[in-house]
Ligand binder design. Structure first.
Ligand SMILES: Cc1cc2nc3c(=O)[nH]c(=O)nc-3n(C[C@H](O)[C@H](O)[C@H](O)COP(=O)(O)O)c2cc1C
Length: 315
């Protein structure tokens, strides 16, 4: 029999351990998720994550974690920090140490192997979930001893996967018994319920929270998200070299003709207006963007998702 990884027992206790009322994680988003969004989600009973690099320095990260830890102690849902483990991140070691000091309940690794985070995080009793977008990467991550896997499927905001969640969850369940999180185009409570029906544990929602009052996204980005639907999303690898879902209107606004982008050929960034930065002004959103129809506080979004989840479960 093939090797098996992950703890089935952890799946049974996961929701209690994270103290979450909704089987969902508000996903980390560069330049969007900060302590206000995470604290509001946590107070509404839902785990939320932010990328450590959204704090301008490890000192600022320490301050954010002190605030969030105080909320966590006040019996709110757990929270999570997203760490880029790739060697191109010079803050990795210092940010990991800050997370260890704050005993962050859940660390989400991205862009690199989870291995460098595991001993430290599991050592203080935290969990490590690895963000992966293919079954091969999922197996590689499972072998390092991660607690959970986040399957980034097709339709995700930011860097997206290409697999259908129906196939991806089944592939991963062939070798992994621990918690599985599904990402990509999930913006409703019904879709969160569907993730549970697939045999996964949590849904991962980014786009649904882009236009939240507490999101750090600039006002024009929030308005574009509210005005957009599925037809405004373009999957392209021409901006960063990795496949990402982008808002077509943000490309047009920055002077890039979305229809001129060619797969496999990097867009010549020198053509961008001098004040435009690809990571700041070419905005990302996923296939579920049509579900965002207003700017709203996080508490309202979570309450809506919980009501939809309950209705779908009753059905
Ligand atoms: C604007 C934006 C920024 C993102 N930044 C990050 C990031 O810094 N780190 C990361 O691991 N994922 C990032 N993501 C991906 C999300 O964590 C998550 O995988 C994705 O939003 C889920 O798909 P959905 O947007 O369709 O819900 C980003 C997504 C968006 C929309």
């Amino acid at each position: 029999m093939a090797d098996r990884f992950g703890s089935a027992a952890l799946r049974d206790t996961l929701l209690e351990r994270l103290n979450t009322a909704l089987p969902a994680v508000v996903a980390p988003m560069f330049l969007v998720s900060g302590p206000d969004l995470v604290a509001a989600a946590s107070a509404s009973g839902t785990v939320a994550a932010f990328p450590s690099l959204n704090a301008r320095s490890t000192e600022e990260l320490d301050a954010w974690l002190t605030r969030l830890s105080a909320g966590h102690a006040a019996n709110r849902a757990g929270f999570a920090v997203n760490l880029v483990t790739h060697r191109s991140n010079p803050r990795f070691a210092a940010d990991l140490a800050a997370c260890a000091r704050a005993r962050v309940p859940l660390i989400i690794t991205a862009l690199g192997s989870p291995a460098p985070a595991i001993a430290t995080v599991q050592g203080y009793g935290g969990l490590v979930f690895a963000d992966v977008n293919t079954p091969a990467l999922a197996l590689k991550a499972a072998r390092t001893g991660v607690d959970g896997l986040i399957l980034v499927c097709c339709g995700a905001g930011g860097h997206t996967g290409t697999l259908s969640p129906f196939a991806f969850v089944d592939e991963v369940r062939r070798f992994f018994d621990g918690p599985v999180v599904v990402a990509g185009g999930i913006s409703t409570g019904g879709a969160i319920r569907a993730v549970r029906n697939l045999g996964a544990d949590l849904a991962y929602l980014g786009t649904r929270f882009l236009a939240a009052d507490e999101s750090l996204a600039v006002a024009d980005f929030k308005d574009m998200v509210v005005a957009s639907d599925f037809s405004d999303i373009l999957a392209t690898d021409a901006i960063t070299g990795a496949l990402a879902n982008k808002l077509r209107p943000s490309l047009i606004r920055a002077g890039v003709d979305p229809d001129s982008l060619v797969s496999g050929r990097k867009f010549d960034l020198s053509k961008l207006d001098q004040d435009t930065k690809k990571w700041r002004d070419l905005w990302s959103a996923g296939h579920g963007v049509g579900a965002v129809t207003a700017r709203e506080p996080v508490a309202g979004i979570v309450a809506g998702l919980r009501a939809q989840y309950q209705a779908a479960s009753d059905r």
